[in-house]
Design a binder for this molecule. Sequence first.
Ligand SMILES: [Zn+2]
Length: 186
Amino acid sequence: MRQVAAYYGFREDRKHLCLCPFHADRHPSMRIYPNDKGFYCFSCGKGGDVITFVSALYGLSNEQACKKLIEDFSLPIKTEFDTYREKREREKNIKQQRELDHFRKYADVTLRMYWILLCEASRDPEDPHFEEAMQEMTITEYRLQCLHDDPAEYYADRKAVKKIGEIRDRIDRWYRSDDDQRSLSG
Ligand SMILES: [Zn+2]
């Protein structure tokens, strides 16, 4: 505790008192106890162990405060404070984030490809895809906009996700003969 307080700039007087960072302290009123027994402020009543001290000082969670101490003091400790559940939770979040990221890229490429095809078709009323272009261009732009505005919300919408798959199929069939002109509206 003393080492930590000194490292973060707290000067103890002979009675092991220093200025308390948790209230407007003019005369040292925070005691730092020997043998790693923590700290206590006689003015504002704030007290605790070294982790409480660092987390309150920097506005961190206890876990973040531990990590900060490990870094600042180059402690040879692997960060394994997390309980098993926290670790699982974090892995799950990372996996979900990756899935979302993957979907976002896939959907973006799909919608853009489709939009380009529609654009081309819209220039020529004789184009076999002209009507489809008239029908689908605006909604495709709208879908792209939604995807960019909030990919997570888009991904949560099962119908919207299914639609991306259908559009992808539609693109695959685009240059194949006119055997399938099924509309995509809806
Ligand atoms: Zn205080």
